[in-house]
Design a protein around this ligand. Structure first.
Ligand SMILES: *[C@@H]1O[C@H](CO)[C@@H](O)[C@H](O)[C@H]1NC(C)=O
Ligand SMILES: *[C@@H]1O[C@H](CO)[C@@H](O)[C@H](O)[C@H]1NC(C)=O
Ligand SMILES: *[C@@H]1O[C@H](CO)[C@@H](O)[C@H](O)[C@H]1NC(C)=O
Ligand SMILES: *[C@@H]1O[C@H](CO)[C@@H](O)[C@H](O)[C@H]1NC(C)=O
Ligand SMILES: *[C@@H]1O[C@H](CO)[C@@H](O)[C@H](O)[C@H]1NC(C)=O
Ligand SMILES: *[C@@H]1O[C@H](CO)[C@@H](O)[C@H](O)[C@H]1NC(C)=O
Ligand SMILES: *[C@@H]1O[C@H](CO)[C@@H](O)[C@H](O)[C@H]1NC(C)=O
Ligand SMILES: *[C@@H]1O[C@H](CO)[C@@H](O)[C@H](O)[C@H]1NC(C)=O
Length: 886
């Protein structure tokens, strides 16, 4: 018992000693054991730490041989995709470092496919790692001057297997001899570091080399093949101390061995990593033979200076050059062009008594440092504000050597970020303002996230072409600066919670703008007229506000009892429906969902969409054709509109109104069942020019006007349509106009003809600009919309309004008529339409007046037809226009 206790104590003591020694001896070394779980100290006293500073990638064990070092038991590997995976290392600016990643495959994936991939330092391509053996450690070394507090080492471009890494070692230098004028332009990639005349195969490194460089044995065959090419080459070694000076010269142990060309020639071939290219060669010499003053060792160095004649090559006298025996001297060959196979020769001079000697050699390649993207800092800030998802873990420069997966860059040498592609990434918080600093940005996609807050100011991003911000939870108003982006072609803002007015500059021809689904957004400012009439409408607005207050008071006192008595299905916006909804709903027929499914053959034939849902064709069991409007469930206001429409439509019956046959509300689905209008709607008809004659169009106009007259004057309380447009005028089998889509309808209260709403609704191009200004909707607002429809009827063109501002009637009238119309009749309709869209609501006619005008126009046209028949023999009359619009 006593014996074993003593043994344990001893063990603990020696371990503590080792740790102390290690941490004391190796200041500045950073050694990561990739995929490792805990720290350990190796036999040389170097402490290894797990690479968990880098959280991405997968950890694997290698099938390591028992001889291999502990740091090769694990590794970290990455997916084989087109992304890059970067380690970020802290360094001290101004210091020179040696960075060494190593790779031992060890068949970690059990596939025995030797991986091939690339590595980079910063944005600069470094090397291609080609694994060619299961148990060979591939290593790369780079010497660099730190200019920033961090440097990235990245793995990328897997062309075979999976990229992986076993260790990563960072060693600071002290002075350094590796400094030169070019180090801010070039990294130095170490290609060979050879200890000649080595006494064993083992490489020399820390602690013999205080900087932990690896001096490979010249006869180990690895990593460089060193092939002697001359006879009489001998090993030479000494135990005597060698003065290696200070700084980063090779350590004494390396200098204590050498090769000797006893026949007068020392000739080698070397296989080099990473060449062809330009680099440098340093040869190290120290006289380690103890001979008398009569003897000398002089030779020429012949490293490929192709242009220099043999005899002019530099001569070395080791003893003289070093200032004595057992002292180091060196010979540099700077900026030489080398191939992957290097031949060099040292040739004894005639007046030398001894053959040439070589102790060690270092060969490195210049690698030009690439500049990163000027957007890198900004991108890094964006990156750090994103969540730690896999896709955000690439690191390094956003563009080089390969771009991050969520952005695109230009192809310049200092690339700029041109596209941000972050759709549907589940991002939260405010939109990082850093995006606005990407001045070359062309495409910004942030749609389908959960961004909150307001839209930042993109004034600095004048190249922006496409912006997707839809389907977020953005609030605030649309910044007017968006309108100043001259190159902007597409702007998607739908389904946010934006409010305020849409900047007028966004309504331009070459810009696709979608702002739907922003309930609080006022679609004001679209029509220039709206701006021109601001002042007169201040007066109207004051009056309207007065009316509103009066109405509101009335309404509140009316609603109070119903609020108490109705415990169920209260529409969210009570003011939308004057009466309690359920009694009215009882009056409408309720269909079962299964009935609807059968009638529409499982919702097979889609005949329209828009507003708040999709419309399907169906047929009831009794053979009646129906149109089933299925309200989209995601629409917050769908249900409110639904109840509203059922309420209103079920009490409005007229030949010129679409008949509501019933409704269906089950399983959270809401549907409206209408009579089917086999000839589609007026908009389609005008587009397809199917309604060719003026007379036919007049009767459609008359029918529609009749329907509206009914709504305005014969319903009690009267109903305003609120979304009149040619698409909402349906045509039945006989082309009878039927006004439909009352989803936005609201009854006027107590015969009052004005109504103020919190939310502006309607369709662009048809909305009364006065309503946009005052937020007050009157029956004359419907008249305005109807005026726009009349213009479409005359011209056959959508949004025909601008045509009338000073255009002549001939240009306006649909060419489809081919002059087959009564000009007085067309003139009458045009004048009526003009008065309908009068800026001032007071000057607009009532819908009843409009109907009368249309009827008179029809009368004129009827007369013309009769006239034409009777004058047929006199030849067709061509009608010329006499008048221009004022
Ligand atoms: C990726 O590797 C392939 C083959 O090794 C090479 O042709 C290609 O240029 C590399 N791509 C990059 C971006 O370095
Ligand atoms: C680094 O340089 C300092 C003096 O500049 C010297 O005292 C120290 O020994 C050097 N360290 C190594 C490891 O050479
Ligand atoms: C030098 O010594 C090593 C190890 O003893 C041996 O393998 C190698 O062949 C020797 N080289 C020459 C040129 O004799
Ligand atoms: C090396 O020399 C070549 C000309 O042979 C020159 O273009 C290059 O810039 C030089 N490189 C360095 C690192 O001096
Ligand atoms: C040896 O020969 C070289 C050239 O062959 C000459 O430059 C040098 O001065 C000679 N040295 C002596 C000591 O003769
Ligand atoms: C980088 O950009 C290219 C197009 O330039 C794109 O195809 C690729 O998906 C982007 N991402 C990555 C990780 O390469
Ligand atoms: C989005 O993020 C939230 C919390 O951050 C999480 O609960 C949700 O599962 C994520 N959804 C997706 C699709 O990633
Ligand atoms: C606007 O967005 C909504 C919702 O995503 C979509 O239904 C509608 O078709 C879009 N409108 C246009 C003109 O793109």
């Amino acid at each position: 018992m006593a014996g074993s206790g003593c043994f344990l104590l001893l063990l603990a003591f020696s371990a503590a000693l080792l740790l102390d020694e290690a941490t004391a001896q190796v200041p500045g070394f950073q050694s990561w054991n990739c995929g490792g779980k805990e720290n350990f100290i190796d036999e040389a006293g170097i402490e290894w730490t797990p690479d968990n500073l880098f959280i991405y990638g997968h950890i694997a064990q290698t099938n390591r041989r028992s001889r291999a070092k502990l740091q090769y038991a694990t590794l970290r590997y990455f997916p084989s995709d087109n992304r890059k995976y970067c380690y970020s290392l802290s360094v001290m600016p101004g210091m020179r470092y040696l960075l060494r990643p190593t790779f031992l495959y060890g068949n970690f994936d059990g596939k025995n496919v030797y991986p091939k991939f690339q590595i980079s330092l910063g944005v600069t391509y470094w090397s291609t790692i080609i694994i060619s053996n299961v148990n060979t450690v591939e290593a790369r070394e780079m010497i660099f001057l730190a200019t920033e507090p961090a440097i990235h080492m990245c793995l990328f471009n897997a062309t075979r297997g999976r990229p992986f890494i076993s260790t990563l070692e960072l060693r600071p230098f002290n002075g350094s001899m590796y400094s030169d004028d070019l180090e801010e332009q070039f990294y130095v990639s170490v290609s060979a570091r050879i200890n000649f005349g080595a006494v064993s195969d083992a490489a020399i490194r820390y602690p013999d080399d205080p900087f932990d460089r690896i001096w490979y044995s010249d006869h180990s065959g690895k990593p460089n093949e060193v092939l002697p090419m001359a006879d009489g080459i001998k090993n030479l070694s000494t135990d005597r101390p060698i003065d290696v000076g200070f700084g980063e010269n090779p350590p004494q142990k390396v200098m204590q061995t050498a090769v000797l060309g006893t026949s007068g020639l020392l000739s080698y071939k070397l296989k080099l990593h990473g060449f062809a290219g330009n680099g440098w060669v340093i040869s190290y010499f120290a006289e380690i033979e103890d001979f008398g003053p009569q003897r000398s060792r002089k030779f020429r160095v012949a490293i490929p200076f192709a242009s220099i004649p043999h005899t002019d090559r530099p001569a070395v006298n080791i003893q003289e050059n070093s200032g004595g025996k057992f002292r180091l001297c060196e010979h540099y060959s700077v900026n030489v062009t080398l191939n992957s196979l290097l031949s060099f020769e040292f040739i004894e001079l005639p007046n030398s008594s001894e053959g040439p000697l070589l102790n060690a050699m270092e060969i490195s390649k210049y690698i030009e440092i690439k500049r990163g993207s000027p957007d890198a800092d900004v991108a890094a800030k964006i990156f750090s504000s994103l969540r730690n998802d896999d896709w955000a873990q690439e690191g390094g420069d956003p563009c080089l050597p390969v771009n991050w997966s969520w952005l695109l860059c230009s192809s310049e040498s200092a690339p700029r970020i041109t596209s941000i592609l972050l759709s549907g990434k589940n991002l939260t918080g405010n939109i990082p303002s850093e995006f606005t600093k990407l001045t070359q940005l062309k495409v910004l996609r942030l749609d389908g996230n959960s961004f909150i807050g307001s839209i930042p100011d993109f004034t600095n991003c004048q190249d922006l072409k496409i912006i997707h911000l839809e389907n977020n939870q953005l609030t605030g108003s649309i910044p007017p600066s968006l309108a100043n982006l001259q190159k902007l072609r597409e702007l998607y803002l739908q389904n946010n919670m934006l409010s305020g007015k849409v900047p007028i500059g966004l309504f331009r021809k070459n810009l696709v703008l979608n702002i739907s689904g922003n309930v609080e957004l006022e679609e004001g400012g679209k029509n220039p007229i709206a701006l021109m009439i601001v002042v007169p409408f201040i007066i109207v607005a004051v009056l309207a506000f007065y009316t509103y207050i009066m109405n509101k008071n009335n309404r509140e006192s009316q609603n109070a009892p119903s609020h108490q008595s109705e415990g169920q299905a209260e529409p969210p916006q009570r003011e939308a429906i004057a009466e309690p909804s359920s009694p009215v709903l009882c009056a409408a027929h309720r269909f079962r969902f299964s009935e609807m499914k059968d009638a529409t053959n499982k919702f097979q034939r889609k005949i329209g969409s828009g507003g708040f849902g999709v419309v399907y064709y169906g047929m009831l069991k009794n053979g009646r054709e129906i149109a089933v409007k299925v309200l989209s469930s995601n629409s917050k206001h769908g249900e409110e509109e639904f109840l509203n429409e059922v309420t209103i439509l079920s009490r409005a019956h007229h030949t010129n109104l679409v008949e509501l046959l019933g409704y269906c509300q089950e399983d959270g689905k809401s549907m409206l069942v209408y009579e089917y209008a086999p000839n589609g709607n007026l908009e389609e008809h005008l587009a397809q020019a199917r309604t060719q004659t003026w007379m036919q169009r007049l009767s459609i106009a008359e029918g529609a006007a009749r329907g509206i007259v009914y709504l305005h004057t014969q319903c009690s309380p009267s109903i305003m349509h609120r979304d009149l447009k040619s698409r909402n005028i349906l045509l039945d089998r006989n082309f009878t106009a039927k006004v439909g889509d009352f989803g936005l309808s609201k009854p006027a209260h107590d015969g009052s003809t004005s109504y103020r709403s919190k939310h502006l609704k309607g369709t662009f191009g048809y909305i009364d600009p006065a309503y946009m200004e005052s937020e007050r909707y009157t029956d004359r607002s419907d008249v305005y919309s109807f005026g726009v429809i009349l213009f479409e009827i005359i011209s056959g063109k959508k949004a025909a309004l601008p045509l009338l501002n000073g255009g002549n009637l001939r240009q306006v009238i649909d060419s489809a008529f081919e002059d087959e119309y009564e000009q007085d009749s067309a003139w009458k309709i045009a004048r009526t339409a003009q008065s309908c869209v009068h800026e001032s609501r007071e000057d607009r006619p009532s819908i009843t007046d409009v109907l009368r005008e249309i009827q008179q126009a029809r009368e004129l046209e009827r007369e013309r037809k009769t006239r034409r028949i009777s004058h047929e023999e006199a030849g067709p009359t061509r009608h010329r226009l006499r008048t221009r619009f004022a």
